[in-house]
Design a protein around this ligand. Structure first.
Ligand code: NI
Length: 225
């Protein structure tokens, strides 16, 4: 399931992030890529130890925590703190690749990458190209969103970032281990939850709504790790 979430960041959070990025020092993006991905990765990233990166990480993680749609769609268990990247000049694309299945978690141990997410940090009219292209069961999807908007998609999909031919593309990406490992089960839960939200608005807490809410939680109980 590919889902676009508008306005994950507020205007003031975006302004604060873009302000911080103005003085940022960029390094080669290949430092965080796996062996296959590194051969096709041509972009720049912030050093995770950099104070600008730390500020952005904190802001983005707080924003995700308050977003009910993100929670319902992803059912996050662990979130790998976001990496901040820039595509411009000669470092302007990321060829077809898959994301590594396992990552070292910051608190120790490992994180299984179930869901990938890209948060766009500058406006699409500030650069040419730079679409995130994702191959999934419905074919190829091209994504280029407003600043502050997020796309989530299965980490198992093959994807690429097309060359930025003018301007610069600023974004951050992150990996999430979901409470529900299976993509299809996660999608069923999301669809059920969204239907329940609408049904509750239409009919209130009817006996059927309560029963279906119970079904949602029982499925989550069965399917979560
Ligand atoms: Ni990737």
């Amino acid at each position: 399931m590919l889902l676009k979430l508008p306005n994950v960041l507020t205007a003031s959070e975006l302004a604060s992030i873009n302000q911080a990025l103005q003085g940022a020092d960029w390094i080669d993006g290949r430092t965080t890529a796996g062996a296959q991905a590194a051969t096709v990765k041509h972009n720049q990233q912030l050093d995770p130890e950099d104070s600008v990166c730390q500020h952005i990480r904190q802001t983005v993680l707080q924003a995700l925590q308050r977003d009910p749609l993100f929670y319902s769609a992803v059912l996050p268990d662990k979130i790998l703190p976001p990496f901040v990247n820039r595509y411009t000049g000669n470092s302007n694309y990321y060829g077809w690749h898959v994301d590594s299945a396992l990552r070292a978690a910051p608190e120790g141990g490992r994180l299984r990458t179930d869901v990938s997410a890209t948060l766009f940090l500058n406006a699409p009219d500030q650069y040419e190209g730079g679409e995130l292209v994702i191959q999934d069961t419905f074919g190829e999807q091209r994504v280029k969103l407003a600043a502050g908007s997020l796309v989530v998609y299965p980490a198992s999909s093959v994807h690429a970032v097309l060359p930025v031919t003018q301007g610069q593309r600023l974004a951050c990406f992150m990996f999430i281990q979901s409470l529900v490992r299976d993509t299809t089960q996660r999608r069923y839960l999301f669809e059920l939850d969204m239907a329940l939200v609408k049904l509750r608005q239409q009919v209130g807490e009817s006996a059927e709504v309560v029963s279906l809410t119970g079904l949602y939680h029982n499925l989550l109980r069965s399917w979560s790790a």
